[in-house]
Design a protein around this ligand. Sequence first.
Ligand code: NAD
Length: 314
Amino acid sequence: MKPDKRKIVLIGTGLVGMSFAYALLNQNACDELALVDIDEQKAQGEAMDLNHGLAFSGSHMRIYAAGYECCEDATIVAVCAGVNQKPGESRIDLLRRNREVFRTVIEPVMASGFSGIFLIATNPVDIMTRITQKLSGLPPRRVLGTGTTLDSARLRYLLGNYFSVDPRNIHAYVMGEHGDSEFVPWSQAMLATKPVISILQAHGEFSFQRLQQMEEEVRSAAAKIIAAKKATYYGIGMAMVRIVRAIFGDEHSILTVSSLLAGDYGQEEVYAGAPCVVGDGGVLRVITLPLSPEERDKMDASCRFLRETFQNLG
Ligand code: NAD
């Protein structure tokens, strides 16, 4: 059922959060947007700045800075709050600090009486999404992460360029962790309804080696952007809006969000990126693709890494 009022609370008004907010405004993707940040003044300034753009947009959004009590009647709480890695800090220490941030965020959200859907973008996103589910106690299908949604978009962009086809007509996914162990199940990549592998066999000018390079380009894209401009935010902001639209519109769109795998791909107790049907209940179901044995091994390895990382947190 579509909600009467499309209300989002955004927690974390940094670069990612505000790119999401700006894309929401430009795409008229919600009716009400509340901004929450530990830095209240920043949230207020961001709300003012966005409101001054309303006269130039086709949107009638209500935008304001607020406290956690505003989560009570929200359909979606999107979390982009987090701390950055300190010099010399290990990944696991950063993760522990972000878990503490999430304790201070998720508990007051739940105390407000919130019973909607959590959308998590904070990295490492698969682990932070699992932490959110544990802290909130909400049904897993209502707690999802951005997962490999952005990575899949990056892949489709590269494949579209390679085959000179609109990326929207490329159906290819990045799966597993949003990070180093992610992988592309090439056996499932399609151009329209044609397997990409069969195109390589029929047309000598295309090579599998180039596809493997693209997979690596996707895996290293964030590091490359961070080296050039210190952070990535526009792409992820737009990926978040895509997920939000699928939820508000009850679209049943297939997106590679991070969701709890419960037997899917032979995995248990892990949040990872996989094609999911997304609608007004959050993740409606996980689509199980017929992966090759080699691709299944990659999914196993990626999920094992995520499970072990979560366990090592203690
Ligand atoms: P940022 O430093 O610009 O913003 C973080 C914001 O969180 C700040 O405004 C800060 O005040 C706020 N914050 C910190 N602690 C808080 C708390 N306890 N309560 C409320 N707010 C708090 O960082 P950013 O560039 O916007 O990145 C945010 C997160 O998104 C990072 O974890 C980053 O790695 C992640 N990210 C994810 C993806 C993806 O694909 N999922 C892509 C890019 C970035």
